[in-house]
Design a protein around this ligand. Structure first.
Ligand SMILES: CC[C@@H](C(=O)O)C(=O)SCCNC(=O)CCNC(=O)[C@H](O)C(C)(C)COP(=O)(O)OP(=O)(O)OC[C@H]1O[C@@H](n2cnc3c(N)ncnc32)[C@H](O)[C@@H]1OP(=O)(O)O
Ligand SMILES: [Co+2]
Length: 148
């Protein structure tokens, strides 16, 4: 597939301030305000690195995926995320090839994105997320606008 961009890497941390230390030391600064993504039960802080961001994830609920992850693993790299221009088309394409998605359909992600995850076994041990950013112009933006 063409046009794939490494959108972000997700880092699990019990605390956003503690988890920020290495990125601040590298000279990065948080982009925007921290955000609660309620659908995923996480508080999020991002550090931009070129076209990609480091996405720091701290649990907002004990039953969230990040809380469960931190019960079993040390803080650190949790997932990699790839930006796609048309998420529904990409999900259909991969489903037809038998890819095991962790949900039936994409859900809400950070900053108005739509996201969906593939099982880590499919990623050969890496949890992979696909992301579609909201369009600011064009026919799909019109359709999205119409839906609201
Ligand atoms: C900020 C919002 C959004 C964005 O906009 O970017 C996000 O990034 S939210 C990020 C957090 N949300 C998610 O991760 C959602 C998807 N994840 C899940 O549904 C679950 O975490 C999981 C992957 C299905 C695992 O569920 P869990 O209940 O913890 O089950 P297990 O512990 O039994 O794990 C099963 C299996 O998978 C391995 N595993 C789990 N997590 C990871 C990981 N991050 N990377 C690699 N491998 C992982 C785990 O070791 C188990 O393996 P086996 O023991 O070999 O079966
Ligand atoms: Co993510």
């Amino acid at each position: 597939m063409t046009g794939l961009i490494l959108d972000h890497i997700g880092i699990a941390t019990p605390d956003l301030d503690v988890g920020s230390a290495p990125y601040l030391a590298l000279g990065l600064t948080p982009e925007g305000e921290d955000e609660l993504v309620a659908a995923q039960g996480v508080n999020v802080r991002v550090f931009r690195v070129g076209e990609s961001v480091v996405e720091l994830l701290a649990p907002a609920r004990p039953d969230s995926a990040i809380a469960r992850y931190l019960e079993k693993n040390r803080p650190g790299l949790h997932h990699t995320a790839y930006r796609v221009p048309d998420l529904d088309a990409e999900v259909s394409r991969l489903k037809a090839a038998g890819a095991p998605f962790l949900s039936d359909a994409p859900g809400p992600g950070l900053h108005g994105t739509r996201v969906i995850f593939l099982h880590p076994k499919w990623g050969q041990g890496t949890l992979i997320e696909l992301v579609e950013h909201p369009r600011t112009h064009g026919p799909q933006a019109q359709r999205q606008g119409d839906a609201h």
